[in-house]
Design a protein around this ligand. Sequence first.
Ligand SMILES: Cc1cc2nc3c(=O)[nH]c(=O)nc-3n(C[C@H](O)[C@H](O)[C@H](O)COP(=O)(O)OP(=O)(O)OC[C@H]3O[C@@H](n4cnc5c(N)ncnc54)[C@H](O)[C@@H]3O)c2cc1C
Length: 426
Amino acid sequence: MLSHVTPELRNWSGTYQFTAREVIAARTIGDVRRAVAAGGRVRAIGTRHSFNDLADNGATLVSVTGIAPDPVIDAAAHTVTVGAGTSYGTLAAWLQDRGWALGNLGSLPHISIAGATATGTHGSGSGNRVLSAAVAGMEYVAADGELRHADRSTPGFDGMVVGLGAFGIVVRVTLDIERSYLVRQDAYIGLAWDRALADLGAIMDAAYSVSLFTDWSGESLRAAWVKRRMEGTSADAASDSETPEEFFGARRDPGPVRFIDAPADNLTVVGVAGPWSERLPHFRLDSTPSNGDEIQSEYFVDRRHGPAALAAIRRLSAGITPLLMVSEIRSIARDELWLSGSYGRETLAIHITRRNRPGEVVAVLWDVEKALEPFAYRPHWGKVSHVTAGQVAERYPRLGDARALFERLDPDGRFSGDRLERLGVR
Ligand SMILES: Cc1cc2nc3c(=O)[nH]c(=O)nc-3n(C[C@H](O)[C@H](O)[C@H](O)COP(=O)(O)OP(=O)(O)OC[C@H]3O[C@@H](n4cnc5c(N)ncnc54)[C@H](O)[C@@H]3O)c2cc1C
């Protein structure tokens, strides 16, 4: 177990400086148990890809990313159990080598499973729920330092999965898996805004995963990134001849495409079918993702309000576009996880990556949030927003149940933090 006092611990993008005084890099579950048993405030930290103070606590942080993944497949149950600090990319490659797959992935494969699932991280696809919905079970170190197990039969499990680190330190997770499959992704250029707003539902439903990229200016979006799930497991089985050249009036761009502000060779391959593990994320596991000097925000609205919400942001384009790196629009299927951004509603996710100019960004954020207020948006837990405790209480119908659960599992608030308390989660 490595423990060090850190003068300057920052998040992945460098835009948030932690106030925690100590970081414990656990190598074993025993290390985590000892760290918790030592007393005081402790909080789990993942790969630090969040953009706000969610993971911080001003005291001790414990990382489980150094614990060996040791994945174990249960073929009969269609699950894999793996170290919670493992990155999605590492697990995805391991599963693919054995003919298995996850149902979906986020845009970046470098993020830890525990951190992603704890915040309701999602990919895209009208039929795909947040990544957390694949969590079938977990082992966690509880407030008394004991190792505990929870699964779908455990009362309150739906409140634990998007758990925001609020009840313990998750050390192993069990995820649903399925047989491996192929995905082919294609980029389409020139999707007109009028068409996008008129046919939004059909566009988002048109493939296994659809992402729309825009800088909000002009009459067309920058690109639609369409990921089609193919039958069969060999590239030969996935015929190119059936790939449409047109997508709602947009034309296929054979590439190389560069519609995210990152070098094209950081992006997963377009135009050729390949394993799900190498097509569902936007960024390649073996390269450095987008430049990092950025601030991300994301808002979840009921899909029925999608066109109106997009139109509202578009009206702000003169202020937003100059500060923007890119915006991505995705759809997410509804789920029943208490603190998920998609709890109880089919969801449209509106993501905004801005340049790292905090003062100006804050001003624009207020405008965006004001424009989205009529749609009762829920912000991504791991990204920047001005959300208040009142808004959280109003928009998460199971918040009271979640708070009661966290209080029962951690009566002394050992796993709490300022953000959780400010937002009324603890
Ligand atoms: C380039 C980039 C791309 C992204 N793409 C997407 C995307 O496609 N979709 C999306 O929804 N989000 C996306 N995100 C956001 C990201 O998925 C979330 O912020 C996620 O929480 C980060 O995981 P992490 O491991 O870095 O967790 P951290 O930021 O380190 O921690 C986040 C939370 O998880 C908790 N946590 C971490 N580990 C544990 C554990 N072992 N036990 C209990 N709780 C734990 C922490 O306490 C904290 O509350 C992206 C972020 C970046 C920087």
